[in-house]
Design a binder for this molecule. Structure first.
Ligand code: C2O
Ligand code: CU
Length: 649
């Protein structure tokens, strides 16, 4: 948050600087004293911007790159030149000198405006194109002003011509940046990710394998269990909710889809069909390390399933935990309208707790549904029974859950087992797409579970029929995954490789991912988009890895909104959040990168393919915030758009 506020301060000070120079320009023919003060104020504003940029760079250079590399040098040069022109002693009145001074004032004012444009529209990393455009704009504004102030009759015409020429050039460059991204002309980039050959940038086309071959995820788990047939039928459905309200939903067969429960070693034999969802549908297994061919992303790992079509998948259950599935075709509409369901994978030995409940929250146009109900439900649980609550957030923004009436332990985050001491009076903030499992011992009084957005709804666990339950209370203090975990033995695959990379400070692949909100063309239309590295999907560079690589990602959020980032096919180990390290190994597959935050996470590349890595606020994803983790040597035969009308978000 600090970084976002500093950035805002920077913009304000740049505006003040621009204003001072502009006023000085207007006054320069008359009031010398006023102009002197304005020049001093403009120089002070410049110094303040320098300080703010330095503070931003302390948090992460990506917060200040475009300022440090382009904006400030340009402003400093123009401002110093203007100040020298103004204060340098003059012997006799000279119209030439006046014209030059006016030009310098105009250039300095333009440079300050350029700084604003760089931060608010170009973003980071700003490349050569942005730099050249900025220099041309500043020199151009200065030259045009000097010509106009020069005073002879022909000059205004030349000036007007030059100004309109500049405008045209500027418009073309801005349009180009808008459609591709700030870094599009940067040297060393991979260039736009070709929709026809994902990740093919560095791989010889002849040796590249199709991701459709990747039908078994690398695992040590054997197919020891049952094969469970799963029929997921996308359909439009009018659903009567327990409150009596009805909603027009799209579902995979009933509200919140079929609730899938399996055990490690089982195989899901999945058949995805579509009755009448014209937009198409797919099934993506959120958080589950499936084989890439079954990741369910339209346009990347398969074509969207159109009405009357079918897609089959075989998914081996390799790890226990709480997951969910949802469409990955026009998800910002399909998931929101109800194309989702839960996946619970029990350990090989089966259910551990006496009572095991899955509560996915979903908001249907303002109506909060927990599990399958929009009203308070109650359930009798014998005192002394152990109860596991699997809390899932299928919405677009964080949800705050609470469990009142009994101390609980957090036992899993995003499907990875963790341990905590018994917690009381803690709320549980779950990122969009995230999961938290808690376990409690049923007391002989009621326990209430629910979300802050609907305190009258939720679930009451009561010791006997007719038990009372109060309205949900939301504890002010939230469970803190960075600080509240205690040691536990579970070490997900990749732990030791990441430990080794940390010890040697040698990750095979390192990348900074800059999240920002910027004006861009999305699908050919101008929009206030959500960008990664100044670009929008499909122009964002993928992170390219080899199997066995250790990867360190630094996610920097320059925007004012929270971005629940979600890499497919892999969990990440959180190394730090704004420099704060977790007390215990913390593995997540969906994590909220808050405004101004910097998350450092590590990933072990053990599941080949082309994997989306995106913001799970699906509206943000639809407006560009989608990148990929691409294993070298794999290509996808599927394309964005195309005959199937693929539209992953
Ligand atoms: Cu929950 Cu890309 O997915
Ligand atoms: Cu987002």
């Amino acid at each position: 948050m600090t970084a976002v506020l500093l950035g805002l301060g920077y913009l304000a000070v740049a505006a003040v600087g621009a204003g001072c120079w502009a006023f000085a320009l207007a006054e320069s023919r008359r009031r010398r004293q006023v102009v002197g003060w304005l020049v001093a104020a403009a120089l002070t504003a410049l110094a303040v911007r320098g300080l703010l940029a330095w503070l931003l760079a302390q948090q992460d250079f990506a917060f200040a790159q475009e300022k440090v590399v382009i904006g400030l040098p340009l402003s400093t040069a123009a401002s110093v030149f203007a100040a020298v022109m103004w204060w340098m002693p003059r012997r006799a009145p000279s119209s030439r000198r006046d014209a030059l001074t006016a030009g310098a004032f105009a250039a300095a004012a333009t440079a300050a405006v350029v700084e604003i444009v760089l931060t608010a529209a170009v973003g980071a990393p700003a490349g050569v194109a942005a730099g050249v455009t900025a220099v041309v704009a500043v020199i151009g504004a200065g030259a045009v002003t000097a010509l106009v102030r020069g005073g002879t009759t022909r000059r205004p015409a030349i000036a007007a011509g030059a100004a309109s020429g500049l405008l045209v050039v500027g418009a073309v460059v801005v349009g180009f940046i808008g459609s591709t991204g700030a870094g599009a002309l940067q040297a060393g980039g991979f260039g736009p990710l070709d929709a026809h050959a994902h990740g093919g940038a560095e791989s010889g086309a002849s040796t590249a394998r199709s991701i459709t071959d990747l039908t078994t995820a690398p695992t040590a788990v054997a197919r020891v269990g049952e094969t469970i047939p799963i029929e997921l039928t996308a359909q439009q459905e009018r659903i009567e909710l327990p409150s009596g309200a009805s909603i027009d939903a799209w579902t995979f067969g009933g509200l919140a889809g079929p609730a899938i429960v399996a055990r490690v070693g089982d195989t899901l034999a999945v058949s995805v069909t579509n009755v009448d969802v014209e937009a198409g549908a797919t099934v993506h297994w959120h958080g589950y390390p499936v084989a890439n061919a079954f990741d369910g992303v339209a346009g990347v790992t398969q074509d969207a399933v159109r009405p009357g079509e079918e897609f089959g998948a075989e998914v081996l259950m390799t790890r226990p935990g709480t997951y969910w599935y949802h469409t990955h075709q026009k998800g910002s509409e399909g998931v929101v309208r109800g194309l989702y369901g839960t996946l619970v994978v029990q350990p090989e030995g089966g259910q551990v707790e006496d009572v095991d409940l899955t509560l996915a929250v979903h908001t249907f146009s303002g109506r909060v549904v927990l599990g399958t109900s929009d009203e308070l439900e109650s359930r009798v649980v014998a005192p002394g029974d152990s109860v596991r609550l699997r809390l899932v957030n299928t919405d677009q923004t964080p949800q705050t859950f609470a469990v009142n009436g009994a101390p609980f332990r957090v036992v899993a985050l995003d499907g990875t087992d963790v341990a905590t001491d018994p917690l009381e009076d803690r709320s549980l903030v779950i990122a969009a797409g995230g999961r938290v499992d808690v376990v409690l011992d049923m007391p002989d009084s009621a326990v209430r579970v629910g979300v802050a957005s609907d305190r009258d709804g939720g679930l009451a666990l009561v010791p006997k029929d007719g038990g009372e339950s109060e309205r949900l209370r939301i504890p002010e203090l939230a469970f803190d995954p960075l600080g509240d975990l205690v040691a536990n033995a579970v070490e997900p695959p990749g732990s030791s490789a990441i430990d080794a990379a940390l010890a040697a400070d040698g990750f095979d692949v390192e990348r900074t991912v800059v999240l920002d909100r910027l004006p861009r063309f999305v699908d050919g239309m101008p929009n206030y988009a959500y960008a990664v590295d100044g670009r929008v999907y499909p122009y964002i560079d993928p992170t390219i890895v080899d199997e066995g690589d250790t990867v360190r990602l630094r996610l920097v959020n320059r925007s004012f909104e929270t971005h629940p980032m979600h890499p497919h096919g892999h969990a990440v180990r959180v190394l730090s959040v704004d420099g704060r390290e977790p007390t215990q190994p913390l593995w997540l597959d969906t994590f909220d990168v808050g405004p101004g935050e910097v998350w450092e996470v590590a990933l072990y590349a053990d599941n080949p393919g082309i994997w989306m890595d995106h913001c799970h606020n699906l509206e943000h994803a639809a407006l560009g915030m989608v990148t990929h983790l691409a294993y070298r040597g794999y290509t996808s035969p599927f394309e964005h758009g195309g005959d199937a009308g693929n539209d992953p978000e």
